[in-house]
Design a protein around this ligand. Structure first.
Ligand code: WTA
Length: 658
């Protein structure tokens, strides 16, 4: 049995008929030989040398995989390299100085191109700045920036000097920033005065000020002046202007620090099953090899391409597929600061046309919005440059899949539906677009070398069509190495459910439910734990609940996912209040504010339902499953185990009269 927390209602429908990739695509694809699957099996783990070969190593590795301390694996151990060297210097040495590295499209129509030389210069100058500020190798530098070029510049500058970055999504709240800086003991922060939100100036710096007040450690803060006169700001103690510092280091170069393959490249916080975010640790060699390999094999990126992943660098997708993957391959990566509907709903298609984008990668939630807005918007533009489309973040059901292909992909562009996670580091389940047929609604098989399985509670493979748990039965190079908060949590979060250490069996559990068909294609149904996936973003129900119970007058809260209109998941909150607290519109507003200030607007509940009590079992456990059924208007299961069964009817009445 599997919970249906946040499943896409359509996703359980069997995948539609399969489509072969068009011959014109296959002819030019990076990977076209289906023997790649077999070859990876035969050569495993040495097959992953193909990924490592995409990188430049200062010292060759001794072993592809060291597995004597599972689940703490080492990949390419003994090897030494630098990620910023791999993303910059080696392309300059190859005579590609004037090739565009980043094409930035600003929110107000600004456009900037950074050639590989420009980017290398900016990265060197900022690396010199960081050293001057006192940043040392292995110090964690927090980056709290929106989608402006200074974000990838700062990431690569950190990588250059061997200081792991921890990027916090700019839309998260002051509290969320403080929690992450505190957990990582981070004493350096790069942020900005503010940014434009739908044309208005939005103050980021005041969020930073609030966050820093609550921290014990002293923090050196570098502030990018994004808004100029639109938002004048004064710098306090330990605060520095980005431009001033960089100007003082103009023209300086910093030798890339040589890092062990297993040294940390970055830390990325993500939601887990408890309220505390998890600090996922990614390393230099394995991560970079896996993102480069998957960028090449799955996203079919070539150095001469213009490639656009319309995600935010504040999440793993942007790390792997806006910054590290494409830049390691020396391609041109597009970076967009704005939203898809400002100034109009054709903004993305305008950017595709202007930049002649070859490969476009986005999330199903965006595709559902495009579909709702209508085909007239893409029709305004020439999208014929697009060769391949991708999706990530949640399941894409067959209808949006077809719409995407028809209206964005010109009817025949292949689509890769890529399943992976913050913890997997890079794509792990997907078709190879030059090899495999596509089945709308199904992500595809595990990548070559990735042993993805759908199993029952005992770890046995489920029959085709049956629902089970998505696990990976072998390590892979991009995998998280541990959690910053500790090895124990790493082991218990991912390696306790399906592993059998006595038997030497270490299987990674993803937290997702899935089905698998006769051809080994995996359809991901959603989370089975207390994580809700809203618009492709992971949120912990417990984190939201504790934000709500932090509001005066609230006694208890339970948060579940509800299938929203059009296929996405929304947050549905049940709240019980103190006897003398009026459950009214003001309280509802305070709850929304409470969630926004502790996590950010991405976690705002779509509905808040007040109830005198939450339904509980006799042992006092909140019956979330039942609340989920109520929210989704589904048939209710057995309520006889409840201590207060009458409350269910009351809640249903409350919802109906809302
Ligand atoms: C979900 C994002 C279905 C899944 C890269 C996973 C998907 C979580 C897909 C990870 C997909 C991601 N089909 N579900 N193609 N891709 N997911 O860590 O529930 O932000 O566990 O990483 O997103 O989210 P995360």
């Amino acid at each position: 049995m599997v919970d249906r927390n946040g499943w896409d209602a359509d996703a359980s429908v069997p995948a539609g008929p399969s489509h072969d990739p068009p011959a014109s695509f296959v002819e030019q694809a990076n990977v076209t030989d289906e023997a790649v699957y077999e070859a990876f099996e035969e050569e495993w783990p040495d097959c992953w040398e193909r990924a490592a070969d995409l990188l430049s190593w200062e010292r060759p590795y001794d072993d592809v995989l060291v597995d004597d301390d599972a689940p703490f694996y080492e990949w390419f151990s003994g090897g030494r390299l630098n990620a910023s060297y791999n993303c910059l210097d080696r392309h300059l040495e190859a005579g590609r100085k004037t090739h565009a590295a980043i094409r930035w499209e600003g929110k107000r129509g600004e456009r900037e191109t950074y050639t590989y030389q420009d980017l290398a210069t900016a990265v060197n100058e900022f690396a010199a700045t960081l050293l001057d500020l006192g940043v040392e190798e292995n110090d964690i530098v927090t980056l709290y920036l929106p989608m402006i070029p200074e974000l990838p510049i700062a990431m690569l500058a950190c990588a250059r000097i061997g200081a792991p970055h921890s990027v916090v999504f700019a839309g998260l709240s002051a509290d969320a920033l403080a929690t992450r800086m505190d957990a990582a003991d981070s004493e350096y922060l790069v942020t900005c005065d503010g940014y434009y939100r739908r044309g208005d100036a939005f103050n980021q710096k005041s969020k930073v000020d609030n966050a820093l007040i609550s921290l014990d450690q002293d923090v050196e803060t570098v502030v990018v002046d994004r808004l100029g006169d639109d938002l004048p700001h004064v710098l306090g103690e330990r605060e520095y202007d980005y431009d001033e510092l960089v100007t003082a280091h103009a023209g300086e170069t910093v030798e890339p620090v040589t890092r062990n393959a297993e040294d940390m490249l970055f830390l990325m916080y993500t939601s887990g099953t408890t309220g505390e975010p998890k600090g996922v640790v990614h390393t230099t060699g394995g991560y970079l090899a896996h993102v480069a390999w998957s960028s090449r094999a799955v996203l079919d990126i070539k150095p001469e391409d213009t490639y656009w992943c319309a995600a935010d660098i504040g999440w793993i997708t942007g790390h792997s597929y806006i910054v590290y993957g494409p830049l390691a391959l020396g391609t041109t990566t597009v970076m967009y600061e704005g939203t898809p509907d400002y100034p109009d709903r054709d903004r993305l298609w305008e950017i595709v046309e202007k930049n002649a984008v070859d490969v476009f990668y986005t999330a199903p939630t965006a595709i559902r919005a495009f579909m709702k807005w209508g085909e007239e918007y893409p029709e305004r533009h020439d999208l014929s440059s697009l060769r391949l489309l991708g999706t990530v973040g949640e399941a894409i059901s067959a209808r949006p899949w077809r719409w995407y292909r028809e209206h964005i992909g010109g009817g025949d562009a292949p689509i890769v539906d890529t399943w992976w996670q913050t913890e997997t580091g890079a794509i792990t389940v997907s078709t190879l677009p030059g090899v495999d047929a596509m089945k709308p609604g199904s992500a595809g098989p595990g990548l070559p070398g990735i042993d993805a399985r759908v199993v029952d509670a005992d770890g046995e493979d489920v029959d085709p069509g049956e629902t089970g748990y998505l696990t990976i039965a072998r390590p892979w190079p991009g995998m998280a190495r541990t959690l910053y908060d500790g090895d124990d949590r790493f082991r218990s979060e991912y390696w306790s459910q399906f592993s059998d250490p006595d038997d030497g069996r270490w299987w990674y559990f993803s937290g997702d439910a899935a089905t698998i068909d006769e051809d080994g294609y995996i359809t991901v149904l959603g989370r089975v734990d207390d994580v809700i996936n809203v618009s492709g973003r992971r949120l912990s129900t417990m984190e939201i609940e504790s934000a709500i119970t932090g509001v005066d007058g609230v006694v208890e809260a339970a948060v579940v996912g509800r299938s929203g209109e059009g296929g996405g998941t929304e947050i549905y909150a049940y709240v019980s209040t103190e006897a003398d607290c009026e459950p009214d519109a003001t309280l509802r507003e305070r709850i929304v504010e409470g969630v926004e200030s502790s996590i950010g607007p991405i976690a705002t509940p779509a509905s808040v339902v007040f109830t005198p009590e939450l339904p509980k079992t006799r042992s006092g456990k909140i019956m979330r499953r039942l609340l989920e059924d109520v929210a989704n208007g589904d048939q209710l299961g057995d309520t006889s185990a409840l201590r207060n069964p009458e409350i269910v009817g009351e809640i249903q009445t409350e919802i109906q009269t809302e």
